[in-house]
Design a protein around this ligand. Sequence first.
Ligand code: WT7
Length: 582
Amino acid sequence: MSNIGSYEQRVTDFSWDIAKEVLNWKDDELLNIGHMCSDRICDRGDGEKTALIWEGFGDKKATYTFNDLRVLSNGFAAKLQELGLEPGDRICIFMDKIPSLYFSFVGVLKMGGVAQPLFSAFGDDSLEVRLASAGTKAILTTQKHVKKVRKIIDNLPDLKHVIVVEGNPDKMRDGETFFDVETAEKFEDFECCKTSADSPSVLHYTSGTTGQPKGAQHAHNTVFGQILTSSWVLDLQDKDIYWCTADPGWVTGTSYGIIGPWALGITQCVLDSGFTSARWYKFMQDNKVTVWYSAPTAIRSLMRDGKELIEQHDLSSLRHLCSVGEPLNAEAVVWSEEVFGKPFLDTFWQTETGSMMVTNYPGMKVKPGSMGKPFPGITAAVLDLKTMEPLTEPGEVGLLAFRPGWPAMFREYRNQHDVYRSKFIGASDDATPDECRLNTDLWYASGDRASIDSDGYYWFVGRDDDVINTGGHLVGPFEIESALIEHEAIAEAAVVGKPDEVNMEVVKAFVTLNKGVDPDDMLELNIMNFIRKSLSPLAMPQEIEYMEKLPKTRSGKILRRYLRALEWGEDVGDLSTLENDD
Ligand code: WT7
């Protein structure tokens, strides 16, 4: 019998209060993420435990204990307070993955500020849009990146403080503050702001298909969702050396690259140097990384560089691998079992959800290519596109949706309440963000399409706007892409619909080839046939375009909508997160 008939996936009697038990949390404690990531770990006796192992370009290395993290984050908190910044003020953190990024993030939260991390490779236009939208009061940056701030500061009346945390103090301009926390006076004591569950904490900007980037606002309560998933899915344990490869400019880099692990008192590693497979393997070998959280785009690059490199390193410390950000192709799961002796476990979530929603976790049978099952406490469903009711037949494709109310859920899109409301199926026209968020009769629509199999496993199909309609049949790009990369010549693939007089749309594939492969007509035919046989004639690409590399967002997602817009001659929309070579 199918067990998706009942879409209620909640574990019986599950309560998110289990997170408090995991943390040993007393209800009269200070609910402030900054405090929980540093002071609280010292209070429990782990002040001398390593909090951060950091490596940068060249041979630069540093390690910091939880006590260092406590004192250095105090330094930022005190400095911001001294400058007149107040609880609730948005404070942007705009720097490479240097140690001060991590200390200042914790420090901003300690003084009650809203941490607004932005990816340091953003250009001045992208920065301006996000600072203007947030009404940001202060920006913490480095000499390397302050030029971009100088270009736009005159357009940003709310931006009162530019604080440079690394570089040459003599190069500062009038009105800028230089503050190097590691050489500044040490603050042994700082009284943390008395935030509560609903106080705003982190503001992340996320790009939509149309319109301006949206600022997803989170609150301090998110920590309970993040620690429980860090514990049960990432399986973080006291002795672990954990590496989350994401940049804190994206939500993975804060939820699971700062908050979840540090609130549990786990040692984290950070590598602030460009990607090469060899550098990554060496980093894991040298630091004896045990738990590794990464993304499909990186995994595919590692696959492309072959297993000889892996054999040259001692990676025996690795015990648990997870992935997020994009669909994880079955091929990647099988490969990781072969080369690391364990599969990458896929996890699905979003900037808006704040913590993992559909996951594979230890002890669960992995079905390569599936995202896993809803995390306990998450009620998920796949909804019929017309009726918006949960589908009950295994394999039917619909909208992936969640019942509101989990702890890490975003509180609003800054200044865009209509857009927030539009994410909730069934919300009344005048519902406030809180009325949407707390109404468990509504569905929060993820914007993704998926299906559920007869074992209750979830399978990703594509973003709403990526699904291809060819001759009235809907085909998901992910399935075709996964099949394409199983072809021996292909490294990466992106599939979109292109206009067609007869079929409305037909499948077009953009591919990058493995090293040493030269494209010719035979190869094209060969790939087409390969897909026709392994999937269906409908899924067979009618055209294949070879690329040196695929267009991706800076967080590593293939930008299908960009390729699609080019095919359709449409406006390509907001491209501020497009990766380029600057
Ligand atoms: C979108 C959210 C929160 C992690 C970083 C991305 C896609 C994410 C998966 C997965 C298939 C995935 C979805 C989702 N996505 N994880 N495991 N399988 N798709 O956060 O930038 O807000 O993007 O990323 O399309 O809606 P984000």
